[in-house]
Design a protein around this ligand. Structure first.
Ligand SMILES: C[S@@+](CC[C@H](N)C(=O)[O-])C[C@H]1O[C@@H](n2cnc3c(N)ncnc32)[C@H](O)[C@@H]1O
Length: 200
């Protein structure tokens, strides 16, 4: 049984302007670093309500949204007709379930810290990307645990950049780079966000 940690947040998730601005910054960093084309079939891992994928959509042919939370993807479903590319939504827990297809690239925003075994997940993502494809994964830099003020299934207080880059290289990604993507200003402090880029 997969717990939906976002059931109580989904209906108002996008009303948080800090959250929207953060994903704006992440999407722009992806667009700046990855030569996206409208023939690409991408995966958005932990797509949620689709904040990231709707910004990437004009640069892709199709995006498959993977998310365990049916409440978050219900909000995404409502956007389907307005998206600039084709969309497929799959409600699966990628830590536990497998996908039989491969993608030209995988994007992700603010999901890795919800994953218990990130090394294993990166190995799975590597298998899901075609040769010549990429991953572009954004998440929090290491923080003191004050970023989250409620339990949404958090397993990591962000990541140390070298450690996650080494994990990505060990998983089989090449030319791994970690760049600045965003800074989230909260009442309790400033939280920086990185984008990890790797090639296959
Ligand atoms: C913080 S939200 C980020 C949503 C969106 N990417 C954004 O930036 O607005 C994390 C999302 O990852 C999803 N998620 C967490 N663990 C997952 C897993 N193992 N498999 C699939 N989705 C997962 C959650 O349900 C949630 O929608």
């Amino acid at each position: 049984m997969n717990k939906d940690f976002f059931a109580h947040k989904a209906s108002h998730y996008e009303r948080n302007q800090r959250r929207v601005t953060n994903v704006d910054n992440i999407a722009q960093t992806i667009i700046d670093h990855i030569p996206l084309t409208q023939t690409m079939h991408l995966m958005d891992f932990g797509a949620g309500t689709g904040l990231l994928l709707e910004r990437i959509a004009p640069h892709a042919g199709k995006i498959t949204a993977i998310d365990v939370s049916t409440s978050m993807t219900a909000a995404l479903q409502n956007k389907q007709d307005k998206l600039a590319c084709a969309l497929e939504i799959r409600n699966i827990n990628l830590e536990r379930e497998d996908i039989a297809e491969q993608f030209d690239g995988i994007v992700s925003s603010m999901t890795l810290h919800h994953i218990k075994d990130v090394a294993a997940l990166l190995q799975k993502l590597r298998q899901l990307v075609k040769t010549g494809g990429f991953v572009a994964l954004a998440d929090l830099d290491q923080e003191d645990g004050s970023f989250h003020t409620e339990d949404t299934g958090v397993h990591h207080f962000g990541f140390e950049r070298k450690a996650i880059a080494d994990m990505a290289t060990a998983a089989g990604f090449k030319d791994v780079a970690v760049v600045d993507a965003s800074v989230i200003k909260k009442p309790q402090g400033m939280f920086s966000v990185f984008l990890l880029v790797g090639q296959c």
